[in-house]
Write a protein that binds this ligand. Structure first.
Ligand SMILES: [Ca+2]
Length: 444
């Protein structure tokens, strides 16, 4: 096993000035899934063999973050490569014919950038970045949409009438039978099979295991007997997701592209424990800036390039994904990107800066992590709290009173970052999340 303890490297943004061979890129984004929901990140109560295969045959990031604790702003960060609060996409947009809320058109998205670099780009699954025509995926750089939908969540199956309304192929309504996760997997396989002549980028934005809890009855016999109620249905959704990912991996291998394809797996926000997800013992859940709201399982696989069994414990954030893809595709990272390329770490085991500040702002809730330390305002009106995440990964012991200088120093760094942000463009619905009492706990 190779453990990369990533310390300062001056070459993070030094590029060769030209891209190496452009790999295909499969970016799998699951929905509302926590670190207790995939085997490679510590989940134990149902198997996820294909997701785990990505990790086993590649690198596991054990301290990976998303830029938001809910769906749409997190996806805006991933696809723009920038902290989404810079351009006002801080909250989930409302959906409907009257609303004009979507990822601002000022942002050139990752699919558009990769397309300009010669990639064939496709999206399956969930969009959630605007329902008006101008915001649609085919207007934002995706050449094709083998199967998807525009909203933030939807049914997985109908009652004898197919999967239901709202499914699209290339922006046009379509009817499908069966279970949505199966259909999305099949559409992704079709995309991979059809595109062999040039590098491709597939954004596989599965809505699983986001609610509603509508698993495919055909897989429920595979759910361990010990699981009950919501967790049982959630496990059913996960089994279908894992099967679909297995089909995508098999299609890549069958197409002869295994060693020319980078596969990335992440969630879009922390687990929604209120509907069956698990963040293990991390504090909080979806909608919060506690670790349970912003941490994700993350793994990458690229046979022949990434050494199997690699573990990176250095904090990484979903902004690094786009930076890495652009570095691979073009040999450089766009200057306005907030992430850093992981290419050197992935392929040459270069060390990463462990003390890069990472920031969050979600309305009144915010946080900053630097190295071992994190400050957090968990709820409007709360005092700012300080935690040492290495000694206290479950955020139990607030050290604000014990280390006032550290608190002050980090607050100043957060305030400086905050200055570059704009006000949210819409108030949105931050998600159906229950506020957790966040009274400071002072270490005795
Ligand atoms: Ca989500």
């Amino acid at each position: 096993m190779i453990r990369i303890l990533c310390i300062a490297c001056v070459c993070l943004f030094c590029s060769s000035g030209q891209a190496a061979t452009q790999p295909n890129i499969l970016l799998i984004v699951a929905d509302d899934l926590g670190i207790g929901d995939t085997g490679f990140s510590g989940g134990k109560d149902f198997p996820t063999p294909f997701i785990d295969r990505i990790a086993k045959e590649g690198v596991i990031f054990t301290s990976a973050y998303l830029t938001a604790p809910v769906c749409a702003p997190s996806r805006a960060g991933i696809l723009s490569g920038r902290y989404q609060q810079r351009f006002g996409h801080e909250m989930n947009p409302r959906e409907g014919p009257v609303e004009q809320e979507g990822l601002p058109l000022s942002e050139k998205l990752l699919p558009a950038r990769l397309r300009a670099a010669g990639y064939h780009t496709g999206i399956i699954g969930k969009w959630h970045l605007g329902t008006e025509e101008a915001y649609h995926p085919l207007q934002r750089g995706f050449i094709e949409q083998p199967l998807g939908f525009l909203g933030g969540s939807r049914a997985y199956s109908g009652s004898g009438k197919g999967i239901g309304k709202g499914l699209l192929i290339d922006g046009k309504p379509v009817e499908k039978d069966g279970h949505l996760t199966d259909a999305l997997g099949d559409a992704g396989v079709d995309f991979i099979n059809r595109n062999k002549s040039k590098p491709w980028f597939l954004y596989a934005a599965f809505n699983a295991p986001h609610g509603p809890l509508q698993p495919n009855e055909a897989v429920m016999s595979r759910v361990p007997e010990s699981l009950k109620d919501g967790r049982r249905k959630f496990a059913g959704l996960m089994i279908s997701l894992d099967d679909a990912i297995g089909k995508l991996l098999a299609a890549i291998k069958a197409s002869g592209q295994d060693e020319n394809t980078l596969v990335v797996f992440i969630s879009d926000n922390g687990g929604q424990t209120l509907v069956g997800a698990s963040n293990l013992d991390l504090r909080g859940h979806k909608g919060m800036t506690w670790e349970g709201g912003i941490r994700t399982p993350m793994a990458m696989r690229w046979p022949g390039k990434i050494s199997p069994g690699t573990i990176c414990a250095t904090p990484t954030i979903s902004l690094d994904i786009g930076a890495t893809f652009m570095d691979l595709a073009t040999g450089s990272v766009p200057k306005d990107y907030d992430g850093r390329s992981l290419q050197g770490m992935l392929t040459r085991q270069e060390k990463l800066d462990e003390n890069r500040p990472l920031h969050w702002r979600f309305g009144a809730k915010w946080a900053t992590r630097i190295g071992d330390w994190k400050i957090i305002r968990a709820t409007a009106g709360d005092d700012v709290q300080l935690y040492n995440l290495v000694q206290d990964p479950t955020e139990k012991n607030n050290l604000a009173a014990a280390y006032p200088e550290k608190l002050k120093e980090m607050q100043a760094i957060h305030a400086e970052w905050n200055k570059a942000l704009i006000a949210p463009l819409w108030s949105g619905n931050p998600g159906q999340v229950k506020e957790e009492s966040a009274k400071p706990k002072v270490k005795k």
